[in-house]
Design a protein around this ligand. Sequence first.
Ligand SMILES: *[C@@H]1O[C@H](CO)[C@@H](O)[C@H](O)[C@H]1NC(C)=O
Length: 505
Amino acid sequence: MYINTKHLGVALLAPSLVAANSMKTLLSKRDASTYEQNAVCTADQLLRSYGTVNTGLFGQDLWWQSGNFISALATFFQLDPDYGSIHNNIFATTLSEAPGYGNYANFLNNWYDDEGWWGNAFLDVYDYTSDSAYLNQAITIYNDIVGGLGTPCGGIWWDKDHTYVAAISNGLYTELAAGLANRAGGGSYLANAEANWNWFFSSGIVGSDHMVRDGLNSDSSCSLNGNVFTYNQGVILGAAAELYKATGNQTYLTTAAALADASTASGSDVTSSSGILTEGCDKSANCDTTAEMFKGAYIRGLRKLQLVDPESNWLNYITANAQSLWNNDLSVQNVNGNSECIVGSAWAGPFNSNQANAVTQGAALDALNAALAATQPKASLRKSPAWYYRLVQITTEEDRDIEASDFDEDISELAVCDTSSREEKSCECDEDEGDSSDEDTEDSDENDEDDEDNEDSDVEDSYDPEDAVSERSYDGSDAGYYYELKEDREQRKRDLLKIRERAKK
Ligand SMILES: *[C@@H]1O[C@H](CO)[C@@H](O)[C@H](O)[C@H]1NC(C)=O
């Protein structure tokens, strides 16, 4: 029987195990690599600020940041549906109540980046709920943002007063347009996404060092505002992932990889010498509730890229950051018998209580989501066939492309149907054969239970892994890669059949 111990993960921090004066013991026991239970404790704390001051929002006057939190929670709920099922009533409340703040009907206000955060967040909620109300809300927002096109520098405006051309508004617009192309289809979503992507990379906003600058002053020369912030760099990575899914065009991945490599490099403008994502203001511990959100958006984009184009150095970066914030930037407090995991702004530490609030909590959840999604293909690929899961592990762990012979281990169909085969043994068709030898040694006990869950649930229930490539019934975030491998696998089968037939003659 599958026993859900996910939430027992929190037992590490549960009141019954924690004597009043045992905080030291508790802190020494915390495990920075149990991303799922760490995310539960982080999300719990984030949710404590939900609806406390502004209905449908988190904390006080955190309008667009609340869109980011909704995105992070919807993503986490997808990764941990059991946790999500307890809390998912927040989405309907936010959809109906949040616009009351500032009278922002339909989540529209004076800033196209604010609108972009919400539009993309509602795509995440749609992915989690499959409820078209959220997709329609994203479309409404998108239609308003399109009205911001036509600046003298190209791209869309930052604001409806037309004062500035911001990288962030354009990154979010590109991601939203491509995201809608993947979910709603039709219209001019894809054409607009491609056009704005091409403008973005020719506008001067992206330097030859592959770092994204803040934007263009809409003066006669469209002069560059050269400031570097993490979120500008990250959001365009998410746009690349969506564009790649929509088109299968590798150019988006290649371009995004250069941006990811440049920014994840130790000592880059946004990464410390020890490899930890750092906002400029983190160095002086004076981030405000705007800048405190940025790193969350960065690592969210890196997660999206990692899921369609896995690279071991990005995986290491993501996990190093998730572990660093847990080891160096966490305060665990026992309040009324509840353990509260409070994460600060500077993921390299030290924890600073003046830089710890709903926003730093939301950004931390993004980092934990990224680590969870990137290390647990099983969580996001729960319904994928075993052969695909095995190949994803090879790409991630060995950091290399899949070769034709990699498919052979779990291609058994050839033997099954071949009654004339001399090799009776090969007719056993042991589907799980390929799964056992390469188990991730870093998996915790908890993950092992996910394994069982994975094996119990039949792949074919959700989508037919043998369906025609053209049907594409699977639309997870890694669908592009899945269908690419599937096609190669079919080709390998055909090749093997030919070889066998030749051998018979
Ligand atoms: C791939 O995308 C890039 C960037 O938009 C574009 O220049 C190129 O023509 C595309 N390639 C194909 C084969 O469509």
